[in-house]
Ligand binder design. Structure first.
Ligand SMILES: Cc1cc2nc3c(=O)[nH]c(=O)nc-3n(C[C@H](O)[C@H](O)[C@H](O)COP(=O)(O)OP(=O)(O)OC[C@H]3O[C@@H](n4cnc5c(N)ncnc54)[C@H](O)[C@@H]3O)c2cc1C
Length: 267
């Protein structure tokens, strides 16, 4: 939609360009920004002109620029021992959106918007990813994605901070994963996403998103029993309520999906 309140657009080319003036907001893919009126915003600063390399593989793992599109992450050219690679496409397909949005929406925009159904939040939390955040004083800070997302529409970003990238560690990429999603309609927005990951050393991670207001991640030293999984799920207090599912239903289906994920990874 046209944003009638916008009177300026700046293309950011350097870090200094990311200092926002009053009324300015960062623009990434624009798939949310242009989807509803933005009365508080009078200017946009385009992040996509920063020229950040979409992703880079290094000894520590995979670094994904905030401006990498969802399409750009569908099939990263993963080394053969990155057994978690299929999870990238599974999470992208959990988006309520067409392939056209895949080519526009960015990983960073998805994290910063912090919708409970944020599919890149599901991917990042299941793979122990950390955010690299540029701070306005010229420094940077790092934080797990699971704590960066604080609640529905809330992140830890302070005024003037910019999400630069996410870092996914090699160890997590070498895990085996199982993915389950449920929605009220076949192509609907996710009501619950449950991802399990078992690492080569048998450590087990269970990540719950979409069903709760913020990501819930549980780690076990070894594959948990069904009772242990059900016990940790009972500690969750922030089951999400919206048009895509009542909290009690979300809790019930999450318990079932977690059972299935564990069964798939540790038959
Ligand atoms: C039809 C449709 C379906 C959708 N379905 C889903 C869905 O199923 N799941 C879901 O999670 N979302 C969904 N969305 C919401 C949204 O489009 C996506 O979350 C998308 O990934 C946002 O990315 P973007 O690059 O387009 O962000 P933009 O729209 O450009 O920006 C989103 C917000 O993030 C801020 N921002 C962006 N990048 C940064 C950064 N690097 N640092 C700091 N702030 C930043 C912007 O200032 C803005 O406030 C949908 C939107 C539409 C229109």
């Amino acid at each position: 939609m046209d944003l009638s309140s916008i009177t300026s657009l700046r293309a950011a080319r350097s870090r200094d360009d990311l200092a926002l003036s009053p009324g300015e907001a960062l623009l990434a893919g624009g798939s949310w920004m242009f989807s509803e009126p933005q009365p508080a915003t009078s200017g946009l600063v385009d992040l996509t002109t920063m020229g950040w390399e979409p992703w880079r593989i290094g000894p520590a793992g995979l670094s994904v620029a905030a401006t990498c599109t969802i399409a750009g992450l569908l099939d990263p050219p993963a080394p053969p021992d990155w057994t978690a690679a299929p999870l990238f496409r599974q999470c992208a397909e959990a988006f309520l959106m067409s392939f056209k949005i895949w080519n526009t929406a960015t990983v960073g925009g998805n994290l910063c918007l912090a919708l409970p159904a944020g599919a890149m939040i599901s991917l990042a939390t299941a793979l122990d990813a950390s955010c690299v955040v540029w701070t306005p004083d010229g420094g940077e800070r790092r934080e797990p994605v699971s704590s960066f997302v604080r609640g529905a529409g809330r992140t830890s970003l302070a005024v003037g901070e910019v999400l630069r990238s996410i870092e996914i560690p090699t160890g997590a990429l070498q895990g085996r994963t199982a993915f389950r999603k449920i929605a009220l309609t076949p192509l609907g927005r996710s009501s619950a996403v449950v991802i399990g990951r078992i690492d080569p050393d048998e450590r087990f991670t269970l990540a719950i998103t979409a069903a709760t207001t913020r990501p819930q991640v549980f780690c076990f030293d070894r594959p948990p029993t069904d009772d242990e999984v059900q016990d940790v799920l009972r500690t969750i207090e922030d089951w999400y309520a919206d048009a895509h599912g009542a909290p009690q239903w979300r809790a019930a289906v999450t318990h079932q999906l977690a059972h299935e994920v564990c069964e798939e990874l540790t038959p």
